[in-house]
Ligand binder design. Structure first.
Ligand code: GLY
Length: 372
Protein backbone atom coordinates (compact mmCIF):
# COMPACT_ATOMS: atom_id res chain seq x y z
CA UNK A 1 0.00 0.00 0.00
CA UNK A 2 1.10 3.56 -0.48
CA UNK A 3 1.96 5.45 2.67
CA UNK A 4 -1.09 6.82 4.51
CA UNK A 5 -0.75 9.71 6.95
CA UNK A 6 -3.09 10.96 9.68
CA UNK A 7 -2.72 14.07 11.78
CA UNK A 8 -4.48 14.14 15.13
CA UNK A 9 -4.61 16.72 17.88
CA UNK A 10 -4.77 15.10 21.31
CA UNK A 11 -5.22 17.96 23.78
CA UNK A 12 -2.25 20.21 23.06
CA UNK A 13 -0.16 17.59 21.26
CA UNK A 14 -0.12 17.08 17.51
CA UNK A 15 0.34 13.41 16.74
CA UNK A 16 1.03 12.04 13.27
CA UNK A 17 0.53 8.44 12.24
CA UNK A 18 2.20 6.95 9.16
CA UNK A 19 1.05 3.59 7.79
CA UNK A 20 3.03 1.88 5.02
CA UNK A 21 4.87 -1.26 3.95
CA UNK A 22 8.37 -0.41 5.16
CA UNK A 23 8.69 2.37 7.75
CA UNK A 24 10.46 4.48 8.74
CA UNK A 25 11.61 4.89 5.14
CA UNK A 26 15.08 6.27 4.29
CA UNK A 27 13.67 9.79 3.77
CA UNK A 28 11.80 9.79 7.10
CA UNK A 29 13.35 11.89 9.81
CA UNK A 30 13.08 9.38 12.66
CA UNK A 31 15.68 10.94 14.95
CA UNK A 32 15.43 14.66 14.19
CA UNK A 33 18.25 16.68 15.67
CA UNK A 34 17.80 15.45 19.24
CA UNK A 35 19.89 12.91 21.05
CA UNK A 36 17.87 9.72 20.83
CA UNK A 37 17.41 6.40 22.58
CA UNK A 38 15.61 3.49 20.95
CA UNK A 39 13.64 1.14 23.22
CA UNK A 40 12.80 -2.28 21.80
CA UNK A 41 12.50 -5.91 22.88
CA UNK A 42 14.22 -9.11 21.85
CA UNK A 43 11.59 -9.60 19.11
CA UNK A 44 12.00 -6.20 17.50
CA UNK A 45 15.75 -5.62 17.91
CA UNK A 46 16.34 -6.99 14.37
CA UNK A 47 13.92 -4.41 12.94
CA UNK A 48 15.58 -1.54 14.79
CA UNK A 49 18.96 -2.52 13.34
CA UNK A 50 17.42 -2.11 9.88
CA UNK A 51 16.17 1.44 10.51
CA UNK A 52 18.12 4.13 8.70
CA UNK A 53 21.17 4.74 10.97
CA UNK A 54 19.73 1.99 13.20
CA UNK A 55 23.14 0.73 14.31
CA UNK A 56 24.40 4.14 15.43
CA UNK A 57 21.65 5.01 17.92
CA UNK A 58 21.87 3.71 21.52
CA UNK A 59 19.34 0.96 22.09
CA UNK A 60 17.76 -0.34 25.28
CA UNK A 61 16.56 -3.94 24.70
CA UNK A 62 13.91 -5.26 27.13
CA UNK A 63 12.67 -8.84 27.46
CA UNK A 64 9.62 -9.59 25.26
CA UNK A 65 6.14 -10.11 26.73
CA UNK A 66 3.59 -8.74 29.21
CA UNK A 67 5.82 -9.87 32.13
CA UNK A 68 8.23 -7.08 31.15
CA UNK A 69 5.58 -4.39 31.62
CA UNK A 70 6.99 -3.44 35.01
CA UNK A 71 8.44 -0.51 36.87
CA UNK A 72 11.87 -2.22 36.59
CA UNK A 73 11.64 -1.93 32.80
CA UNK A 74 10.74 1.76 33.09
CA UNK A 75 13.72 2.27 35.39
CA UNK A 76 15.95 0.47 32.92
CA UNK A 77 14.86 2.84 30.14
CA UNK A 78 15.39 5.91 32.34
CA UNK A 79 18.91 4.75 33.21
CA UNK A 80 19.67 4.00 29.55
CA UNK A 81 18.41 7.47 28.58
CA UNK A 82 20.72 9.07 31.12
CA UNK A 83 23.68 6.93 30.08
CA UNK A 84 23.04 7.83 26.43
CA UNK A 85 23.22 11.52 27.40
CA UNK A 86 19.62 12.51 26.65
CA UNK A 87 18.83 15.99 27.91
CA UNK A 88 15.49 17.78 28.17
CA UNK A 89 15.38 18.02 24.37
CA UNK A 90 16.05 14.28 24.05
CA UNK A 91 13.97 11.82 22.07
CA UNK A 92 12.80 8.35 23.09
CA UNK A 93 11.74 6.02 20.29
CA UNK A 94 9.72 2.96 21.33
CA UNK A 95 9.82 0.21 18.69
CA UNK A 96 7.67 -2.84 19.37
CA UNK A 97 4.22 -4.00 20.39
CA UNK A 98 1.92 -2.50 23.03
CA UNK A 99 4.16 -3.38 25.98
CA UNK A 100 7.17 -1.58 24.53
CA UNK A 101 5.25 1.46 23.30
CA UNK A 102 3.51 1.79 26.71
CA UNK A 103 6.80 1.48 28.63
CA UNK A 104 8.76 3.76 26.29
CA UNK A 105 5.90 6.27 26.36
CA UNK A 106 5.74 6.33 30.14
CA UNK A 107 9.53 6.66 30.45
CA UNK A 108 9.39 9.59 27.98
CA UNK A 109 6.60 11.18 30.06
CA UNK A 110 8.71 11.24 33.23
CA UNK A 111 12.34 11.43 32.09
CA UNK A 112 13.44 14.97 32.98
CA UNK A 113 9.70 15.72 33.36
CA UNK A 114 8.97 14.82 29.76
CA UNK A 115 10.99 14.41 26.57
CA UNK A 116 10.01 13.90 22.94
CA UNK A 117 8.42 10.57 22.02
CA UNK A 118 8.13 8.69 18.74
CA UNK A 119 6.90 5.15 18.25
CA UNK A 120 7.32 2.39 15.70
CA UNK A 121 4.37 0.07 16.26
CA UNK A 122 5.08 -3.49 15.12
CA UNK A 123 2.04 -5.60 16.08
CA UNK A 124 -1.55 -5.46 14.88
CA UNK A 125 -2.82 -4.75 18.40
CA UNK A 126 -0.25 -1.98 18.80
CA UNK A 127 -1.21 -0.40 15.49
CA UNK A 128 -4.98 -0.43 15.87
CA UNK A 129 -5.05 0.42 19.57
CA UNK A 130 -2.09 0.74 21.94
CA UNK A 131 0.17 3.15 20.07
CA UNK A 132 -2.56 5.68 19.18
CA UNK A 133 -4.02 8.14 21.64
CA UNK A 134 -1.38 8.57 24.34
CA UNK A 135 -2.15 5.97 26.99
CA UNK A 136 1.14 4.80 28.52
CA UNK A 137 1.96 2.85 31.67
CA UNK A 138 2.92 -0.40 33.32
CA UNK A 139 1.38 -3.21 35.40
CA UNK A 140 1.63 -3.26 39.20
CA UNK A 141 0.32 -5.65 41.90
CA UNK A 142 -1.03 -7.89 39.12
CA UNK A 143 -3.25 -5.06 37.88
CA UNK A 144 -2.86 -4.07 34.24
CA UNK A 145 -1.85 -0.45 33.65
CA UNK A 146 -2.25 0.46 37.31
CA UNK A 147 0.23 3.30 36.88
CA UNK A 148 0.66 5.45 33.81
CA UNK A 149 0.17 8.78 32.10
CA UNK A 150 -1.46 10.26 29.04
CA UNK A 151 1.50 11.09 26.81
CA UNK A 152 0.82 10.98 23.05
CA UNK A 153 3.72 10.39 20.67
CA UNK A 154 4.52 13.13 18.19
CA UNK A 155 4.87 10.48 15.46
CA UNK A 156 3.85 6.83 15.16
CA UNK A 157 5.17 4.68 12.30
CA UNK A 158 3.30 1.50 11.41
CA UNK A 159 5.40 -0.75 9.15
CA UNK A 160 3.09 -3.43 7.73
CA UNK A 161 6.12 -5.58 6.88
CA UNK A 162 6.64 -6.20 10.60
CA UNK A 163 3.35 -8.15 10.66
CA UNK A 164 4.80 -10.86 8.39
CA UNK A 165 6.50 -12.52 11.37
CA UNK A 166 3.66 -11.98 13.85
CA UNK A 167 2.56 -15.21 15.60
CA UNK A 168 -1.04 -16.31 15.01
CA UNK A 169 -2.15 -15.55 18.57
CA UNK A 170 -0.91 -11.99 18.17
CA UNK A 171 -2.97 -11.61 15.00
CA UNK A 172 -5.94 -12.90 16.88
CA UNK A 173 -5.32 -10.40 19.63
CA UNK A 174 -5.23 -7.48 17.22
CA UNK A 175 -8.18 -8.60 15.08
CA UNK A 176 -10.46 -8.49 18.11
CA UNK A 177 -9.76 -4.76 18.46
CA UNK A 178 -10.36 -4.28 14.72
CA UNK A 179 -13.75 -6.01 15.02
CA UNK A 180 -14.55 -4.00 18.17
CA UNK A 181 -13.76 -0.76 16.34
CA UNK A 182 -15.95 -1.67 13.36
CA UNK A 183 -18.82 -2.48 15.74
CA UNK A 184 -18.62 0.69 17.82
CA UNK A 185 -18.28 2.85 14.72
CA UNK A 186 -21.10 1.00 12.95
CA UNK A 187 -18.79 0.91 9.91
CA UNK A 188 -20.33 -1.34 7.22
CA UNK A 189 -17.31 -1.20 4.90
CA UNK A 190 -15.06 -2.35 7.73
CA UNK A 191 -17.42 -5.24 8.49
CA UNK A 192 -17.36 -6.28 4.84
CA UNK A 193 -13.50 -6.10 4.73
CA UNK A 194 -13.28 -8.08 7.97
CA UNK A 195 -15.36 -10.76 6.24
CA UNK A 196 -13.25 -10.79 3.10
CA UNK A 197 -9.96 -10.86 5.05
CA UNK A 198 -11.10 -13.83 7.12
CA UNK A 199 -10.29 -16.68 4.69
CA UNK A 200 -6.73 -15.53 4.16
CA UNK A 201 -6.37 -14.89 7.87
CA UNK A 202 -7.56 -18.37 8.81
CA UNK A 203 -5.56 -19.95 6.02
CA UNK A 204 -2.17 -18.76 7.26
CA UNK A 205 -2.25 -14.97 7.08
CA UNK A 206 -0.43 -13.28 4.23
CA UNK A 207 1.38 -16.33 2.93
CA UNK A 208 -1.88 -17.78 1.69
CA UNK A 209 -3.36 -17.15 -1.76
CA UNK A 210 -5.05 -13.87 -2.57
CA UNK A 211 -2.10 -12.00 -1.15
CA UNK A 212 -2.69 -8.65 -2.84
CA UNK A 213 -6.36 -8.52 -1.99
CA UNK A 214 -5.61 -9.51 1.59
CA UNK A 215 -2.95 -6.82 1.85
CA UNK A 216 -5.43 -4.26 0.58
CA UNK A 217 -8.03 -5.38 3.12
CA UNK A 218 -5.48 -5.35 5.92
CA UNK A 219 -4.14 -1.90 4.99
CA UNK A 220 -7.71 -0.60 4.84
CA UNK A 221 -8.69 -2.13 8.19
CA UNK A 222 -5.63 -0.77 10.00
CA UNK A 223 -6.05 2.69 8.48
CA UNK A 224 -9.76 2.88 9.34
CA UNK A 225 -9.21 1.59 12.89
CA UNK A 226 -6.50 4.21 13.42
CA UNK A 227 -8.65 6.96 11.96
CA UNK A 228 -11.72 6.02 14.02
CA UNK A 229 -9.76 5.72 17.26
CA UNK A 230 -7.81 8.93 16.58
CA UNK A 231 -10.94 10.98 15.92
CA UNK A 232 -12.64 9.65 19.07
CA UNK A 233 -9.56 10.44 21.21
CA UNK A 234 -9.39 13.95 19.72
CA UNK A 235 -12.89 14.57 21.15
CA UNK A 236 -12.05 13.23 24.61
CA UNK A 237 -8.27 12.86 25.00
CA UNK A 238 -8.22 11.99 28.71
CA UNK A 239 -11.44 9.94 28.86
CA UNK A 240 -13.13 12.51 31.05
CA UNK A 241 -16.26 12.56 28.89
CA UNK A 242 -18.35 9.88 27.24
CA UNK A 243 -16.55 9.44 23.94
CA UNK A 244 -13.25 7.71 24.65
CA UNK A 245 -14.91 5.23 26.99
CA UNK A 246 -16.69 3.79 23.93
CA UNK A 247 -13.35 2.29 22.90
CA UNK A 248 -13.71 0.03 25.93
CA UNK A 249 -16.51 -1.99 24.31
CA UNK A 250 -16.12 -5.54 25.68
CA UNK A 251 -13.30 -4.48 28.01
CA UNK A 252 -15.03 -4.59 31.42
CA UNK A 253 -16.00 -8.24 30.86
CA UNK A 254 -12.70 -8.90 29.07
CA UNK A 255 -10.40 -7.37 31.70
CA UNK A 256 -12.09 -9.41 34.42
CA UNK A 257 -11.56 -12.55 32.32
CA UNK A 258 -7.88 -11.71 31.76
CA UNK A 259 -7.42 -11.14 35.49
CA UNK A 260 -9.32 -14.23 36.67
CA UNK A 261 -7.52 -16.47 34.14
CA UNK A 262 -4.19 -15.06 35.35
CA UNK A 263 -2.46 -12.16 33.59
CA UNK A 264 -0.80 -13.33 30.38
CA UNK A 265 -2.77 -16.62 30.01
CA UNK A 266 -5.17 -15.18 27.44
CA UNK A 267 -4.20 -12.49 24.98
CA UNK A 268 -5.90 -9.14 25.41
CA UNK A 269 -7.83 -9.66 22.17
CA UNK A 270 -9.06 -13.12 23.09
CA UNK A 271 -10.50 -11.65 26.27
CA UNK A 272 -11.96 -8.63 24.47
CA UNK A 273 -13.64 -10.80 21.80
CA UNK A 274 -15.29 -12.84 24.54
CA UNK A 275 -16.19 -9.62 26.36
CA UNK A 276 -17.88 -8.12 23.28
CA UNK A 277 -20.24 -11.12 23.15
CA UNK A 278 -21.06 -10.66 26.86
CA UNK A 279 -21.65 -6.95 26.18
CA UNK A 280 -24.10 -7.94 23.42
CA UNK A 281 -25.94 -10.14 25.92
CA UNK A 282 -26.05 -7.39 28.53
CA UNK A 283 -27.17 -4.83 25.95
CA UNK A 284 -29.85 -7.22 24.73
CA UNK A 285 -31.05 -7.93 28.28
CA UNK A 286 -31.36 -4.19 28.90
CA UNK A 287 -33.19 -3.60 25.62
CA UNK A 288 -30.34 -1.59 24.10
CA UNK A 289 -28.79 -4.05 21.64
CA UNK A 290 -31.11 -5.19 18.84
CA UNK A 291 -31.23 -8.94 18.22
CA UNK A 292 -30.10 -8.50 14.61
CA UNK A 293 -27.05 -6.47 15.70
CA UNK A 294 -26.12 -8.97 18.43
CA UNK A 295 -26.39 -11.91 16.01
CA UNK A 296 -24.23 -10.21 13.39
CA UNK A 297 -21.51 -9.36 15.93
CA UNK A 298 -21.48 -12.90 17.29
CA UNK A 299 -21.25 -14.38 13.80
CA UNK A 300 -18.32 -12.08 12.95
CA UNK A 301 -16.42 -12.92 16.13
CA UNK A 302 -17.07 -16.66 15.89
CA UNK A 303 -15.94 -16.68 12.27
CA UNK A 304 -12.46 -15.63 13.45
CA UNK A 305 -12.25 -18.64 15.74
CA UNK A 306 -12.52 -16.94 19.14
CA UNK A 307 -13.87 -18.79 22.14
CA UNK A 308 -17.22 -17.17 22.72
CA UNK A 309 -19.06 -19.44 25.10
CA UNK A 310 -19.71 -18.65 28.76
CA UNK A 311 -18.35 -19.57 31.17
CA UNK A 312 -14.96 -19.22 29.43
CA UNK A 313 -12.82 -22.40 29.82
CA UNK A 314 -9.85 -20.36 31.14
CA UNK A 315 -11.93 -18.38 33.61
CA UNK A 316 -11.13 -20.16 36.85
CA UNK A 317 -14.01 -20.17 39.32
CA UNK A 318 -17.01 -17.90 39.18
CA UNK A 319 -16.19 -16.11 42.44
CA UNK A 320 -12.73 -15.19 41.15
CA UNK A 321 -14.32 -13.75 38.02
CA UNK A 322 -16.79 -11.65 40.00
CA UNK A 323 -14.03 -10.43 42.33
CA UNK A 324 -12.08 -9.28 39.27
CA UNK A 325 -15.19 -7.58 37.89
CA UNK A 326 -15.84 -5.85 41.22
CA UNK A 327 -12.17 -4.77 41.23
CA UNK A 328 -12.92 -2.80 38.09
CA UNK A 329 -15.44 -0.62 39.91
CA UNK A 330 -12.64 0.85 42.06
CA UNK A 331 -11.76 2.90 39.05
CA UNK A 332 -15.27 4.33 38.70
CA UNK A 333 -16.43 5.47 42.13
CA UNK A 334 -18.10 2.22 43.14
CA UNK A 335 -20.04 1.81 39.90
CA UNK A 336 -19.56 -0.68 37.09
CA UNK A 337 -19.26 0.79 33.63
CA UNK A 338 -20.08 -1.25 30.53
CA UNK A 339 -20.11 -0.29 26.89
CA UNK A 340 -22.75 -2.17 24.95
CA UNK A 341 -23.55 -2.23 21.22
CA UNK A 342 -26.55 -0.03 20.49
CA UNK A 343 -28.16 1.50 17.41
CA UNK A 344 -25.35 0.49 15.05
CA UNK A 345 -22.84 2.03 17.43
CA UNK A 346 -22.25 1.70 21.18
CA UNK A 347 -23.53 3.20 24.41
CA UNK A 348 -22.07 3.61 27.90
CA UNK A 349 -24.07 2.30 30.84
CA UNK A 350 -23.20 2.79 34.49
CA UNK A 351 -24.61 0.32 36.98
CA UNK A 352 -24.78 0.05 40.74
CA UNK A 353 -23.33 -3.41 41.47
CA UNK A 354 -25.70 -3.74 44.48
CA UNK A 355 -28.72 -3.57 42.16
CA UNK A 356 -30.26 -7.05 42.53
CA UNK A 357 -31.92 -7.21 39.12
CA UNK A 358 -28.62 -6.35 37.51
CA UNK A 359 -26.72 -8.93 39.60
CA UNK A 360 -29.06 -11.67 38.43
CA UNK A 361 -28.65 -10.70 34.76
CA UNK A 362 -24.88 -10.58 35.14
CA UNK A 363 -24.76 -14.01 36.80
CA UNK A 364 -26.84 -15.57 34.05
CA UNK A 365 -24.58 -14.01 31.39
CA UNK A 366 -21.35 -15.27 32.98
CA UNK A 367 -22.88 -18.68 33.76
CA UNK A 368 -23.85 -19.09 30.12
CA UNK A 369 -27.57 -19.15 30.91
CA UNK A 370 -28.44 -16.00 28.96
CA UNK A 371 -29.37 -16.52 25.30
CA UNK A 372 -30.41 -13.98 22.74
N1 GLY B 1 -7.55 1.22 24.54
C1 GLY B 1 -8.55 2.17 24.78
C2 GLY B 1 -8.07 3.57 24.72
O1 GLY B 1 -7.00 3.84 24.25
O2 GLY B 1 -8.77 4.44 25.19
Amino acid sequence: MTKTEYRFTFGTVESRVYIGEKLPAPGDDLYGTSKALVVCDTNTEYLVRRFPKGREIPCCVLPAGEEAKTWESVEHVLEAAYTAGLGRDGLIIGAGGGVITDIAGFAAAIYMRGVRLRLVSTTLLGMVDASVGGKTGFDLLGVKNLAGAFYPAEAVYMPLESLATLPHREWKSGMAEVIKTAVLAGDREMVSRIRSFRDVYLGGILDAGGRDEARNDLGYLISRAVEIKGRIVEEDPKETGERRALLNLGHTFGHALEASAGLGRLTHGEAVAWGVIRACELGHALGLTALEQALEIRELIQSYGYTTEAPHPAMGNMDGYFRALEGDKKKKAGRLVFIVPAKRSAEKITIDPEDLRFRAVLRSIINGDYHF
